[in-house]
Design a protein around this ligand. Sequence first.
Ligand SMILES: Cc1cc2nc3c(=O)[nH]c(=O)nc-3n(C[C@H](O)[C@H](O)[C@H](O)COP(=O)(O)O)c2cc1C
Length: 158
Amino acid sequence: MNAADARHLLVVYHSRSGGTQALADAAIAGAESDEIDGVEVRVRAAFDATIDDVRWCEGIVLGTPENFGYMSGALKDFFERIYYALLDETRGLPYALFVKGGHDGEGAVRSVERIVTGLGWKAALAPVLVVGELDDAALERCHELGITFAAGLEAGVF
Ligand SMILES: Cc1cc2nc3c(=O)[nH]c(=O)nc-3n(C[C@H](O)[C@H](O)[C@H](O)COP(=O)(O)O)c2cc1C
């Protein structure tokens, strides 16, 4: 496919101790796998992601650990910086979410869902929640999230 025709997928995530990073790497590898031809992937740490990054994309994958029963401060900072600027611009943007929790993670899922509901973004896939130790099955779930999301964007089904 011509690069100019590629669909744009943005990955925004935060990780402090590497768990969410490993999940992000798996999701990115899925989105960039050989089976996907027409999707360009841009990866941003949550503190670095900008309004223009979101404007650039046609689909966004969000990743965060659960900290204190909520999404990470970094992902919250991202939402605080983009929310009002993009409120009227990005309605309907398809998103997917993965969360790494130590013992729970549901609070982080809910906190993200509340904010993206306000933005009018639509869940393209069920959230992936990984609790406790990382294993191959958890990485595979995130790989699957990445490939499924990218394939959906490529096919224009979202
Ligand atoms: C300050 C702090 C608060 C945390 N709060 C929670 C929590 O509320 N619920 C939970 O399940 N895990 C909690 N954890 C555990 C992290 O979610 C878990 O270690 C996660 O794997 C960290 O992701 P990271 O390795 O990508 O930084 C907390 C960890 C830290 C450091």
